[in-house]
Ligand binder design. Structure first.
Ligand SMILES: [Zn+2]
Length: 152
């Protein structure tokens, strides 16, 4: 068997929980965590933590940090909490939801002084997600109170 060209070194991410190197797993492989195809994932099997890759990336660049069950849950709650703001921005500014979502994440990361300010939910830690959820909920509550007084 002939050897092909050397394989380009991958940006192999570390697991945030145990510091082990994550493994790139594709749909259909034994340690793939989903029943449906969500694209290739960097997985730490021991921690049941994973993260997807940029869809247009040819080098399997991870979308952010590996997320365990608690962080995946927090990201999904933050995502849901942001949706009213995202929908409003899509209507007002006629941007697509991805752009609106990225702007919303960047806004909340800036408001809360996260370093570095990222526009991706996948870079946030569990604690940052929880802070962001509380911040956005309070913002929506204040805005709701203002609009019922006819100030918007
Ligand atoms: Zn791990």
């Amino acid at each position: 068997m002939r050897l092909g060209r050397p394989i380009k070194a991958l940006p192999q991410p570390l697991c945030d929980y145990c510091s082990a190197h994550a493994t790139l797993v594709k749909y259909g492989e034994a340690s793939y965590p989903y029943r449906e195809d969500h694209g290739a994932l960097w997985v730490c099997t021991a921690c049941q933590a994973w993260i997807g890759i940029h869809s247009r990336s040819t080098r399997n660049v991870p979308l952010g940090r590996l997320a365990d069950g608690a962080l995946r849950d927090a990201k999904s709650r933050l995502h849901d909490t942001l949706e009213p703001l995202v929908a409003g921005k899509v209507r007002r500014d006629r941007v697509n939801p991805f752009e609106a979502r990225a702007k919303a994440i960047r806004w909340v990361a800036g408001e809360l002084g996260f370093e570095p300010v990222s526009a991706s939910i996948h870079n946030l830690s569990l604690d940052q997600c929880e802070q962001a959820i509380r911040h956005v909920e309070a913002f929506i509550a204040r805005r709701g109170a203002a609009s019922s007084e006819g100030n918007v």
